[in-house]
Design a protein around this ligand. Sequence first.
Ligand code: NZQ
Ligand code: ZN
Length: 388
Amino acid sequence: MLGNFTYSNPTKLYFGKDALEGLNAELPGYGKNVLLVYGGGSIKKNGIYKKIIEILQANGKNIFEDAGVMPNPTSDKLEEGIQRARSAKADLILAVGGGSVCDYAKAVSVSVNCNDDAWEKYYIRFDDVTCDIIPVGCVLTMVGTGSEMNGGSVITNRRQKLKIGHVFGDNVFPKFSILNPEFTFTVPKYQMVAGIYDIMSHILEQYFSGTDDNTSDYIMEGLLRSLIHSADIAVKNPKDYEARSNIMWIATWALNTLVAKGKTTDWMVHMLGQAIGAHTDATHGMTLSAVSMPYYRHILPYGEAKFARYAVNVWGVNPEDKSQRQVAEEGLSEMEQWMQSIGLVMNITRLGATEEMLDGIVKSTRITNGGYKVLDEKDIKKVIKASY
Ligand code: NZQ
Ligand code: ZN
């Protein structure tokens, strides 16, 4: 393990079919005013909304609502949420939904007691939080982002064509999260598969960095193998509790900061994906799948040994009588076939990207420096063109 680090994760998790009972345990610890934040209405159709309202009422809470948080929440919606939380004098923000709703709740929580423009402060200047935070709790209904146990909060500014994530400190992590795998059974297949790839991408963004012997890499190989196994089952039978519960748990561990420890981490696939999202508003996981193969093939020569290890330990490639390069490439081919087999989108054209957008996408891509190659604009153009 290289470097120095601190590790703590303050989010309390309630997991399993009875997880919602955790809400009864948590609510007495907060004041009366609860701002209930949710998306476009799936929770009303599947009955989760009703269950939560009953629990809030039984605990004597004043319920204020902020509905209509869209996938890839916008800076305009964030402004609306800040006003709602202020007028509700919210003591707790309860986010019920997927990553978009959880991310948005965190962005509201750090902005309510602040006078600055939230987009400028957190997403352009990357300022630290200097005002009082309203605690956030999360009831997860869609799996993938890991937002239930991290400080990530991604907001899109449609006018500026920018989609940017701020990773807040552990004081902004949800205070508690409720993870009932059955709540995810109604997620449409397209979203489920996108979420599965989001998880895979989170792991790979951290795995493909560094050359030292690092326990985190061994943990990630285990998580990846479990993910591939359970994803194959869930794609055939989305109501398989065992598979869906494993996927839910892997998602949390993929991005709750543990496996990043001692790693430089890359995140370039996410930077490319976010730029595509800013221009197309496409589903997050699919923006990642669409660019991954061109990106990994582009950087493979700079991290060949790690790609070969990945091929053997995750995809079961037999290395006998093969060069390191051959093993590494075979691993990526296995990955590509698997991605196609579960129904992932493999190019940005299918996400609505047009030729006129390509230069803009390149410009909107932020460059990171923790992976095997620091890209320049020419590299980004090449990867984006190969994804088109
Ligand atoms: O809005 P509703 O009607 O609820 O429908 C949602 C939405 O349309 C639907 N859905 C969620 N749960 C459902 C359901 N439909 C039926 N039954 C259910 N149980 O699913 C759609 C997508 O939801 P969304 O929250 O947008 O998906 P996801 O969890 O993938 O979140 C994506 C957002 O998270 C950000 C992404 O950039 C994107 O903005 N990310 C956050 C990260 C973090 N906090 O660390 C890291 C990630 O890399 C990611 O960037
Ligand atoms: Zn992601």
